[in-house]
Design a protein around this ligand. Structure first.
Ligand SMILES: [Zn+2]
Length: 211
């Protein structure tokens, strides 16, 4: 049971990944988590991340390569955040071949860009860690936290123009990946405009049928 999860910002990929690995007792291989961990011990990675720069392909590839050698992945895994480019997908195939591992499917959560923009640009955060959404989870008093009454703010990454740019980058990078996995017969489209639980059902059913 080895899967890859693809989805643009706003598709709810993180939430789905958590639910999937829990339900099927497989390992969540998130490059985001790997980066955060590596940041603690690796100064080069830490400085790249702090500068907001992209981690070079070969660094990412090596990180995943080392992770795939660990024993816990043998019971199955869900790759999240990797591969992100065609080059990474090709590198992944090489690693998998060496380790004699096969991918069962690549889930691609699809939502249209307007919906993604609406979901992300509507987010409002509080210093206390609480988060809200202007449409889906509005605070009781506009722009004020329900819990500590502080003024809510919007993360720079969540601003409409920035989201549009992030989506553009995602589309450009992912298009070749989608083609690659379609040709490999592995791609499974998931309608991300459904509710969170409906998305999860669709993915769960697919995995359960494959077992
Ligand atoms: Zn608060």
């Amino acid at each position: 049971m080895n899967y890859i999860l693809l989805g643009p910002p706003g598709a709810g990929k993180g939430t789905q990944a958590k639910k999937i690995v829990e339900k099927f007792s497989i390992v969540h291989l998130s490059t985001g988590d790997m980066f955060r961990q590596a940041k603690q011990s690796d100064k080069a990675i830490a400085s790249l991340m702090e500068a907001g720069k992209l981690i070079p392909d070969d660094v990412v590839v090596n990180m995943v390569k080392n992770r795939l050698k660990k024993d816990d992945v043998k019971n199955g895994f869900l790759l999240d955040g990797f591969p992100r480019t065609l080059n990474q997908a090709v590198e992944l195939d090489k690693m998998l071949k060496t380790e004699n591992i096969k991918i069962d499917a690549v889930f691609s959560i699809i939502i249209d860009n307007d919906e993604a923009v609406r979901r992300i640009s509507g987010r409002r955060m509080c210093e206390c860690g609480a988060s809200f959404h202007v449409d889906f989870l509005p605070p009781k008093v506009k722009d004020l936290c329900d819990y500590c009454k502080k003024k809510l703010f919007q993360r720079a990454d969540d601003k409409e123009e920035v989201v549009k740019e992030r989506l553009k980058v995602y589309d450009a990078q992912t298009k070749p990946l989608i083609d690659y996995y379609t040709k490999a017969g592995l791609l499974v489209d998931i309608d991300g405009s459904q509710s969170e639980s409906a998305v999860f059902d669709q993915i769960s059913k697919f995995i359960a049928n494959k077992k």
